[in-house]
Write a protein of this length. Structure first.
Ligand code: KE4
Length: 416
């Protein structure tokens, strides 16, 4: 198990060992096939074993795997990212989203000369020590406060606020205004289910950061190239100072990035004094897979189709839950979605934690048994790909009619 998130800790049972994927489906080692809504936790937006991505990889691998030196491929992917993401003027490639947020934090602290960082309860930014505070995703799934092994000295400078709560952020700035280097936020929260920013939330963060001289950092590791080609910042029209990217930009291979204003990025070594390095940063194979994926995403109609698939799925689920009298609420934006066994609305971590995880558990297994592969936690988002067809959504909803009946039989409500 090379990531705690893949364990079935929240749902019980045995994780499936996946043997292959093709399009929107994966096959386990026993030959069972599943309609896949995990998509390797987001990267597989163009489906498994996409022919264009495989072609690009075959071409790249025929020239070697890694050189630890500049290559044209990494410049081309960097150009594609800078052209796509409104606030990104310069970008540095790294190998994971965790690395991207870790570097963005270091840069924000260096650029402002301040030490505190503000994050939101239920948001997850990878497993870098100072951000393992009230984190979502696997940390929430396992119900651990953060992680043992992280000295309090490493988290004492991390300020927390409830997601979607501008007043709490205003209070934090009132208390630590000149000490806060940055506000780090998932512009759509995908690590406590799927929670959209309430109108004015992102704009309010921008205004507060401007007023107090802090940087606004969008963690778009999940939303980047997922909710729109230019990410959530293009969709919501809010321009952060720094952006973290991952998942889709590697097309299923290890690649991530952080970038933003040129005056900030010029402070990164070797141009500036903020050290950053990485053996496999800009790896040619990952660059090839990322570039091929982004090329496919530039085609007309891709994002409206992803959104239509995601909306058809969550609207269908909500209709069936309503027919069966089950408290249920959903969210979807672009190709990502989430749902809660909760009457709604769910705008933050406290509400998400009150959803009926016992019913989620029953629903999850009933879907798995019928060949639908969801994330094994109520604190994760789901993803559709360009390979999901209307027939796949219909098959998923047929399975859900059975799964909701299984969930409805769970009477004793245990919210955790
Ligand atoms: P990685 O280090 O896992 O590449 O990225 C960390 C990260 C950063 N920011 C956001 C918004 C993220 O969602 C993630 C990683 N997401 C989890 C699933 N919610 C990855 C799954 C896993 O850790 O196995």
């Amino acid at each position: 198990m090379n990531s705690a998130v893949r364990a079935f800790g929240a749902v019980g049972g045995t994780p499936r060992f996946i043997e292959k994927g093709k399009g929107c489906r994966v096959w386990d080692a026993d030959g069972n096939s599943y309609i896949d809504y995990v998509g390797s936790w987001g990267p597989l937006i163009v489906g498994h074993a996409n022919p264009s991505v495989l072609r690009a990889l075959r071409s790249a691998i025929s020239r070697g795997t890694s050189f630890g030196a500049p290559t044209e491929a990494e410049v081309e992917l960097a150009d594609a990212i800078c052209s796509a993401v409104p606030s990104v003027e310069q970008v540095r490639m790294v190998s994971s989203g965790t690395e991207a947020t870790m570097c963005a934090l270091r840069l924000a602290r260096a650029a402002t000369g301040r030490d505190r960082v503000l994050k939101f309860d239920g948001c997850y930014h990878g497993h870098v020590d100072p951000l393992l505070v009230a984190a979502g995703s696997g940390v929430a799934t396992l119900g651990v406060p953060g992680s043992v092994g992280v000295p309090s000295a490493f988290t004492d400078l991390t300020v927390q606020a409830p997601y979607n709560d501008l007043a709490a952020v205003d209070s934090a700035f009132a208390r630590w205004g000149r000490e806060i280097a940055c506000v780090l936020v998932e512009p759509v929260a995908g690590n406590m289910g799927c929670i959209l920013p309430v109108p004015g939330f992102l704009e309010g963060l921008r205004a507060l950061c401007d007023r107090h001289g802090a940087l606004l950092v969008f963690d778009e590791v999940m939303t980047g190239f997922r909710v729109a080609y230019g990410g959530a910042q293009q969709l919501f029209g809010v321009r952060p100072d720094l952006t973290c990217l991952g998942k889709v930009v590697g097309g299923g291979l290890p690649a991530a990035a952080f970038g933003g204003r040129r005056d900030l990025m010029q402070q990164i070594a070797p141009a500036g004094p903020v050290f950053q390095a990485g053996t496999l940063s800009g790896n040619p194979l990952a660059m090839a897979a990322g570039r091929a994926t982004l090329e496919l995403l530039r085609r007309p109609g891709v994002y409206p189709t992803l959104a239509a698939r995601g909306n058809a799925l969550v609207d269908g689920l909500a209709d069936i839950a309503r027919e069966q009298g089950i408290e249920f609420t959903t969210a979807a934006i672009g190709g990502m979605f989430g749902f809660y066994f909760h009457p709604g609305p769910v705008t933050g971590f406290e509400e998400a934690k009150k959803s009926r995880s016992d019913r989620f558990r029953a629903f999850f297994h009933a879907m798995l048994e019928q060949g639908v592969y969801l994330a094994p936690s109520p604190y994760e988002a789901g993803f559709v790909s360009t390979a999901h067809r209307p027939a796949d959504i219909e098959a998923t909803l047929s399975a859900a009619r059975v799964a909701f009946r299984r969930a409805a039989r769970v009477r004793t409500g245990t919210s955790r």
